[in-house]
Design a protein around this ligand. Structure first.
Ligand code: ATP
Ligand code: MG
Length: 646
């Protein structure tokens, strides 16, 4: 039975939203979404107020999604200018370098000045409204400055994670047709240099990238780089002497803000396009409610700006709310595995948001590195990116939060722009492993294979039956792919691609991607459930489970297991784990094969790529598909060599 963590009375007493408020507002938000989002939309500064709130059809023949469509605003002005009168000296960004000796605080006034200078710079380079700009930077303040400067002049940014290879970068530049690339000499992560400029040079030799006219280079490490005039220009040289004022361009609410490619867990990344007004309304409102934001909070989201979490909940949401946001250049295990908690103490972090993959990695190292830091400032913990195994949830809550901080497990996607299913810490009792309930205005449903909506406690495919302002508007350059991917499977609904279970309390449990569901002798099993059972074993650090062809059962269960540091991989332990899953879930879930995995193939954002594991289990290593977004390709080689059934 899942344990229950009721809302703490202390937390609820001071929370923005308590139980009664959640019930009342949620009912209101789905009963009359136009009135609801009309009211919430006013939290932004509009240059021209909107008169129309929502204009949406999910019908594939007439698909359109428009929010606040006749309004005009500027995202950067909402994130900066409007705070100057009241929060000019407040810290907007706390930058923590890879090197623990380096950090910087940037006030709203300073950030505003930098962004204005950068906006003027971009205009001087001939960049204007609608032009695409690739941002390939480390986690340094210039990344936020570049994003906001694009938003200020109406250019469309596409941020590419600094860990991506020249090929991945080239693919994104070519797909979106960028005129400008903003990069740095080098990045540093975990003490190791990342040759960003060299990667850009290589990428720009690939076919399809000759739309790029200029490469702007931020001097970060000071390492030597080869500049190719006239294409390559130094950021600092061009920033010098730019005026620190700039009049933000009035953008239509439905003008594009950015293109961001999905992680690629299931296939070729999609160029997800988000627009201006609805997106900012949605990310600022969810950020305020989900993190129960207060004026004096120090908020830290550990995601890279190269992921949607970095866009919505490191840059745009927090800055639109006038919050103090921490930007961390480094990695959780450098100089040692206590780093996250040292940073929490150093900057007095109150709200902390990270991914299950990071939690599991830190859990492997035991409690001592956590306990070395006080963490007394923390008051709320969040997670995103994958289903969090209940074991990892409890560890996060008990060890990191000292049993004091609520944990919000937030389910959403690059496509959704912002959080859709999540507890609100003062309102919704938490159950480890469940993302709990829909956010205001969000209408999830569970459908069967034919698209029939299932009621009550049930399990099936997760869809959304109505729009929310932060929804993506198209796949860049391929609107048909947008329609086909999300609106064809179940007519009239947005299909998430994820499976979910809803329990008797109306709580949602994401069971994993629908593509990953295993069908054993006619029983459907979500990968998350079997993996969580394995991770619940004291010796297991991480597990991934896939189906593979099985003569009798149709599909058999193939488990890949990573043990905690120092645990020997023995045949006895293998048998013990198989028996353990059988006992935890039932005979139907008994793994047929269990392979030791020193590492698992993951996307650069830390998500397990089960489609690759499936191909290995099927003994089809020549069909691995697109592996360009893999964090460590060598992991795959090992797994193929050590495959159990040859
Ligand atoms: P691609 O769409 O290219 O295959 P991706 O789905 O990994 O890549 P993202 O948009 O980064 O790209 O990830 C969204 C997915 O992450 C969700 O569809 C879901 O499968 C998973 N996810 C995110 N947050 C949670 C969560 N809190 N609980 C369960 N799953 C989550
Ligand atoms: Mg996806």
């Amino acid at each position: 039975m899942a344990s229950l963590h009721p809302v703490s009375a202390d937390f609820a007493a001071r929370a923005r939203i308590d139980k009664a408020a959640y019930e009342r507002e949620y009912a209101e938000s789905v009963r009359d979404p136009v009135a609801f989002w009309d009211r919430i939309g006013r939290r932004l500064d509009w240059i021209k107020p909107y008169s129309e709130v929502k204009d949406v059809s999910f019908d594939a023949r007439d698909l359109h999604i428009r929010w606040y469509a006749d309004g005009e605003l500027n995202v950067a002005a909402n994130c900066l200018d409007r705070h100057l009168a009241t929060r000019g000296d407040k810290t907007a960004i706390i930058w923590e370098g890879d090197d623990p000796a380096q950090s910087r605080r940037i006030s709203y006034r300073e950030l505003h000045a930098e962004v204005c200078k950068a906006a003027n710079l971009l205009v001087n380079l001939g960049i204007g409204k609608g032009d695409r700009v690739a941002i390939y930077l480390p986690m340094i303040p210039e990344a936020a400055v570049a994003m906001l400067a694009c938003a200020r002049i109406g250019a469309v940014h596409t941020v590419v994670f600094g860990g991506f290879s020249p090929d991945s970068l080239a693919g994104r530049i070519a797909d979106s047709g960028c005129k400008l690339v903003i990069t740095a000499d080098e990045g540093v992560r975990g003490g190791k240099k990342v040759p960003l400029k060299v990667n850009v040079d290589e990428a720009l030799q690939r076919p399809g990238t000759n739309s790029v006219e200029t490469v702007l280079v931020v001097r970060h490490t000071g390492g030597a780089v080869a500049m190719q005039p006239p294409r390559d220009r130094w950021w600092h040289a061009l920033m010098e002497g730019q005026p620190a004022t700039h009049e933000a361009v009035a953008m239509n609410a439905e003008d594009p803000l950015f293109i961001l490619y999905t992680s690629g867990s299931t296939g070729k990344p999609k160029g997800v396009l988000h627009t201006t007004g609805g997106y900012l309304v949605y990310v600022s409102y969810t950020h305020e409610c989900v993190f129960d934001l207060r004026e004096d909070d120090v908020y830290w989201c550990t995601a890279d700006v190269g992921w949607v979490t970095g866009h919505s909940y490191l840059v745009y949401g927090p800055l639109a709310n006038g919050a103090t946001t921490v930007m961390f250049e480094g990695v959780p295990n450098w100089p040692d595995t206590s780093r996250f908690w040292q940073v929490v103490d150093k900057h007095g972090v109150t709200l902390f948001y990270t991914a299950p993959t990071a939690i599991r990695a830190l859990m492997r190292e035991g409690e001592a590195p956590v306990k070395k830091a006080s963490r007394a400032s923390l008051r709320l913990l969040g997670t995103v990116g994958e289903p969090i195994n209940p074991e990892a949830w409890e560890w996060y809550w008990r060890v990191v939060g000292d049993g004091r901080c609520p944990v919000v497990d937030t389910w959403w996607q690059t496509e959704t722009g912002g959080i859709l299913i999540t507890p609100l810490a003062g309102a919704i009792d938490q159950k480890p492993g469940s993302a709990t309930k829909p956010f205001f205005g969000v209408k999830p449903a569970i459908v069967d294979a034919n698209g029939a909506i299932l009621e009550g406690a049930t399990e099936g495919n997760l869809v959304l039956t109505d729009s929310w302002p932060g929804q993506m508007r198209t796949v860049y350059g391929d609107h048909q792919r947008f329609i086909d991917t999300y609106f064809r499977t179940y007519p009239g609904m947005y299909f998430t691609g994820d499976g979910a279970r809803r329990d008797e309390d109306g709580y949602y449990w994401i069971t994993g991607r629908v593509d990953d569901v295993i069908n054993v002798s006619g029983h459907r099993l979500g990968t998350a459930e079997v993996e969580s059972a394995l991770v619940a074993h004291p010796k297991v650090a991480e597990a991934a489970v896939v189906g593979y062809p099985h003569d009798i059962k149709g599909q058999g269960i193939y488990a890949y297991v990573t043990l905690k540091s120092g645990e020997p991989a023995t045949d006895e332990l293998r048998k013990e784990l198989v028996a353990w899953v059988r006992k935890e879930i039932g005979p139907i879930a008994t793994p047929d094969q269990l392979q030791w995995a020193p590492g698992l193939p993951k996307t650069r954002s830390g998500k397990i790529m089960r489609r690759i594991l499936r191909k290995i289990a099927e003994n089809a290593p020549d069909q691995l598909g697109d592996t360009s977004t893999l964090a460590d390709p060598s992991v795959v080689k090992n797994l193929v060599e050590e495959r159990l059934v040859k």
